[in-house]
Design a protein around this ligand. Structure first.
Ligand code: THU
Length: 132
């Protein structure tokens, strides 16, 4: 699947976001190596710290569906933002747990441009191993 199509999925799923506190809906589309696309949205909570971002929702859904480290091919993230919306640092850490440092992360903006970054550029020198 090409990045435009994956981003279209991320853009479309945004309508399902539960973001009544921030009014900042985010959609994510996670591409698996078997071609499956798993969606995620942000799910907020009145206790704001209980909020889950779109990227983590997608990763956690994939894990709950039996996918493992090494099964992930790319992720696209879409918000209604003028500039490219980057994943938060907690989501970067969760991505680093399951995805290759070279995995492409696709970001977009209101003009629908797509910025492609490898995960390792979003999270350099990642903490991924207790055996240091
Ligand atoms: N959010 C995401 O879901 N993904 C991001 O990449 C950035 C932020 C959510 C969390 C919260 O529900 C809202 O956006 C505002 O921070």
């Amino acid at each position: 699947m090409d990045k435009e199509k994956l981003m279209e999925s991320a853009r479309a799923v945004k309508q399902a976001a539960y973001a009544p506190y921030s009014n900042f809906p985010v959609g994510a589309a996670l591409l698996l190596k078997d071609g499956t696309v798993i969606s995620g949205v942000n799910v907020e909570n009145v206790s704001l710290g209980a909020t889950n971002c779109a990227e983590r929702t997608a990763i956690f859904t994939a894990i709950a569906n039996g996918y493992k480290k090494g099964d992930f091919q790319a992720i696209a993230v879409s918000g209604n933002t003028a500039d490219f919306l980057p994943p938060c640092s907690i989501c970067r850490q969760v991505l680093a747990e399951f995805c290759s440092p070279d995995m492409p992360v696709y970001l977009t903006n209101e003009k629908k441009d797509i910025l492609e970054l490898p995960l390792k550029e979003l999270l350099p020198y990642a903490f991924t191993d207790l055996e240091m």
